[in-house]
Design a protein around this ligand. Structure first.
Ligand code: RET
Length: 266
């Protein structure tokens, strides 16, 4: 109820996010511009570029909305009004709905490096990728619905649904996609495992912050939430993107000529 206006602390951190993401976009692009699998650098660039635009929108004060609901009660002494309101940075969800699928595609294309020669396996893996993206998009959308809810019952139902989709994403990337990565030799398996571990740890922070922040219980202030989200977002996009591009580059130089060892056996 107390956080209804963007503060100067929030604005400063949103500018830090904007500049950090813009720099990150170019760093990732140039790190991977000459590598064999340049698509990773392109995806990483757009992840950060989208985030830079959304942070700029929020820094300008255009990426938030105050959701409010007034309840009127007629009492013997007159009309009483109870107004429930909160500030929601909706632009975060617009950012995540595009960037989280791109981050997952980056991870999955490391794990599914050699897609095999048989059409059946290609179709099976394409379906897996589709499932992960579908669950991920619904995780973000239902998180937005929860953030926009003023009614606590609605809010926590949306939170639980969003967590369910998050779980589905985790099951798929830790299960069948990790198994596919393991079939492709130690190098791919190790890089996939490392990126998977980092992504999982960082992504777990989002629902925790959401529930502690103003979207959930309001245990921490919106200022703290904006600061921590900026740092985690930079780690999950710029940090993760750099590790991915550098890791794939090393793998390509180490395994030049001997890539996809297990492709034919799929
Ligand atoms: C929400 C709503 C509450 C429940 C869950 C959530 C998960 C969000 C995640 C976001 C990841 C964002 C990233 C952004 C870019 O770097 C939507 C907070 C489970 C996992 C990685």
């Amino acid at each position: 109820m107390s956080d209804l206006m963007q503060t100067s602390t929030q604005e400063t951190w949103l500018w830090i996010g904007t500049i950090g993401m813009a720099i990150g976009a170019f760093v990732i692009y140039f790190l991977g511009a000459k590598m064999k699998e340049r698509h990773h650098a392109i995806t990483g660039f757009f992840v950060c570029a989208i985030a830079a635009c959304m942070y700029l929108l929020m820094a300008f004060g255009q990426g938030d909305v105050v959701v409010s609901k007034a309840t009127l009660a007629i009492t013997p002494i007159g009309v009483g009004a109870d107004v429930n309101a909160e500030l929601v940075y909706w632009a975060r969800y617009l950012d995540w709905v595009f960037t989280t699928p791109l981050l997952l595609i980056g991870l999955m294309t490391v794990g599914l490096k050699a897609l095999s020669t048989t059409g059946e396996v290609v179709r099976e893996r394409a379906a897996l990728v589709g499932g992960v993206i579908g669950a991920d998009v619904l995780m973000i959308l239902t998180g937005l619905f929860g953030a926009l809810s003023l009614n606590d019952n609605h809010k926590y139902v949306w939170f639980a649904i969003s967590c369910g989709f998050f779980l589905a994403v985790l099951v798929l990337i830790w299960g069948p996609i990790r198994a596919a990565a393991a079939e492709q030799g130690a190098g791919v398996a190790a890089l996939y495992g490392k990126l998977l571990g980092i992504l999982t740890v960082l992504w777990f922070i989002y629902p925790v912050l959401w529930i502690l922040g103003t979207e959930g219980t309001g245990t921490i202030s919106l200022n703290t939430e904006v600061i921590v989200f900026t740092i985690i977002d930079l780690a999950a996009k710029v940090g993760f993107g750099i590790l991915l591009v550098v890791g794939v580059k090393k793998l390509d130089t180490a395994g030049a000529g001997s890539s996809a060892p297990a492709a034919a056996t799929n």
